[in-house]
Design a protein. Structure first.
Ligand code: FUL
Length: 500
């Protein structure tokens, strides 16, 4: 502990002698400036994106009707034949389920474009769908989605598979040029996109204009990703670009919906590429990373990404979705939940009921913050702008910070009477970087401090970390950060009693 933090700590306990007051006043004033940021830092748009927390994914297309996950690229467009397609119903469902956006598959690996792409005949206008028409008088799922998103105030994103099993030129330069043009068409015609999803899968074989063969590409270089990124950012500067390694956000390394219990929002620039073998880096981030690339957890509400009637009995229950929320949002990641739209063209009734019930359960779990009215003290405080009360004021932009050189510290919340808790929620003020490396949570029970065991390592916090543990009746809760990359900057700590 340096002299300054020693003085501040002891002054808070009321133990500082008068002779030191002048020095202390000067020091405290000096410490009323914010801590220096510790890189890597998020872009403002990455912070806004992270605050969305949960958003929907939609897989819908020819596969829905052919009962496949990966179409070969040869299915007749007429096969796409929804009986009651209702894009507004999707968006209403997502809105009711508390989702903040939706990312739709505009083209999957089979190459079938769900909008009237002028560059290929293999698109929705050649299907059996006879729904609402766009301004050019054509059926257009993306135009329908844009309209519904605007109506219900939901953000929209798109998935455009680089792998295309329909295109005759796939594997050659001509296809890459086509992909770039198709992407340009997408990012210029459907309004603001919050995320563009670049899938990493590349299976090899496909229809390829009738060649029906296996085509191998260099996954790192073939598509010219720098060009792809510049096309997206030129037209959609606010979009987050997803791929295995970012640059906007990264794949978490599994499709189970599980973020790492240790989860840094950093990667080494250009280190991770589609097919990158070190899954642990995707799950946990790279501690020595120099670029802010937070994790996104993509997972389907059913076993498959596309609809299969036999999976009607395998829809994740509200309880399972709640569990996934804690393993994603509760572990410093976002939760991208997929809906396989069914053959009618709707979010299936089972999926919709389960996701709405999930949201109600989460809201119920995290309804009353039991720390709001507690007495809060801290081991040290940077200065009055960084008071410990900032942790419980419900504001994102105010935070508790420790003085320079003080990279550990504890905060104690004292209840008026013994109070049962079983959830703890912690947040770092990530605009200044992600700092915490290790922390502990304790409860004061019958006058003795006991460790709270959440059944998982309590290492990183980041934008949000939520711990679940058996109910404990405490007179106080103490959070101690035992290791960090710099002075602590936490903007929120809450506790709840969930009734499960
Ligand atoms: C994977 C794809 O191969 C799946 O079909 C699905 O689209 C999933 C979200 O990404 O890589």
């Amino acid at each position: 502990m340096n002299l300054l933090s020693f003085l501040i700590k002891h002054s808070l306990k009321g133990g500082v002698g008068g002779g030191l007051c002048f020095f202390l006043a000067l020091s405290v004033q000096a410490q009323n400036t914010a801590p220096e940021p510790i890189g890597p830092l998020p872009l403002p748009k990455q912070v806004e994106w992270q605050k969305m927390e949960t958003y929907a994914f939609v897989h819908y297309g020819l596969n829905t009707f052919t009962d496949k996950e990966w179409g070969y690229g040869d299915a007749d467009p007429k096969t796409f034949n929804p009986s009651r397609m209702d894009v507004e119903q999707w968006v209403r469902t997502f809105k009711q389920a508390g989702m903040k956006g939706v990312i739709v598959v505009a083209k999957h690996h089979d190459g079938f474009a769900m909008w009237p792409s002028p560059l290929t005949e293999y698109n929705i206008t050649k299907s059996s769908y006879d729904g609402p028409k766009n301004k050019d008088g054509k059926v257009d799922m993306l135009a329908e989605l844009r309209k519904a998103c605007d109506k219900y105030d939901l953000k929209m994103g798109v998935y455009l598979s680089p792998w295309d099993r329909n295109h005759a030129e796939y594997g050659r330069q001509a296809y890459v040029d086509y992909y770039h043009q198709q992407l340009t068409d997408l990012v210029t015609n459907y309004g603001p996109l919050f995320e563009v999803w670049l899938d990493g899968a590349n299976g090899g074989d496909g229809y390829y204009g009738g060649a029906k063969e296996k085509r191998k590409i260099d996954r790192r270089n073939y598509y010219n990703f720098p060009k792809i990124h510049s096309i997206i950012l030129e037209h959609q500067p606010e979009a987050i670009i997803f791929s295995d390694g970012g640059p906007g956000c990264r794949w978490v390394g599994n499709e189970r919906g599980e973020g790492g219990t240790t989860n840094w929002a950093f990667l080494r620039k250009n280190d991770v590429y589609p097919g990158y073998p070190h899954k642990k880096d995707l799950e946990q981030g790279q501690t020595d990373g120099d670029t802010w690339i937070p994790a996104e957890c993509d997972v389907s509400i059913r076993p498959g990404w596309f609809y299969h009637p036999e999976e009607d009995s395998k829809v994740k229950t509200p309880e399972q979705l709640v569990d996934l929320y804690y393993k994603t949002v509760g572990r410093n990641a976002t939760f991208l939940l997929n809906f396989p739209v069914d053959r009618e063209g709707r979010v299936n009734a089972i999926d919709s009921a389960n996701v709405v019930a999930f949201r109600q359960m989460i809201e119920e779990d995290l309804k009353v913050d039991l720390l709001r009215k507690t007495k809060v003290t801290a081991s040290s405080i940077r200065g009055k702008n960084f008071a410990v009360k900032n942790l419980t004021d419900g504001k994102w932009d105010t935070y508790w910070a420790t003085p320079d050189g003080v990279n550990t510290g504890s905060v104690t919340f004292t209840f008026k009477k013994p109070t049962k808790v079983n959830r703890l929620l912690l947040q770092e003020y990530i605009l200044l970087g992600q700092r915490v490396k290790a922390f502990t949570a304790e409860a004061l029970v019958d006058g003795k401090w006991q460790m709270i065991d959440a059944g998982e390592p309590t290492t990183t916090i980041g934008y949000k970390r939520i711990l679940r543990f058996p109910s404990v009746e405490a007179t106080a809760i103490r959070i101690s950060v035992t290791d960090a990359r710099g002075p602590l900057c936490l903007n929120n700590i809450s506790a709840y009693l969930a009734n499960r």
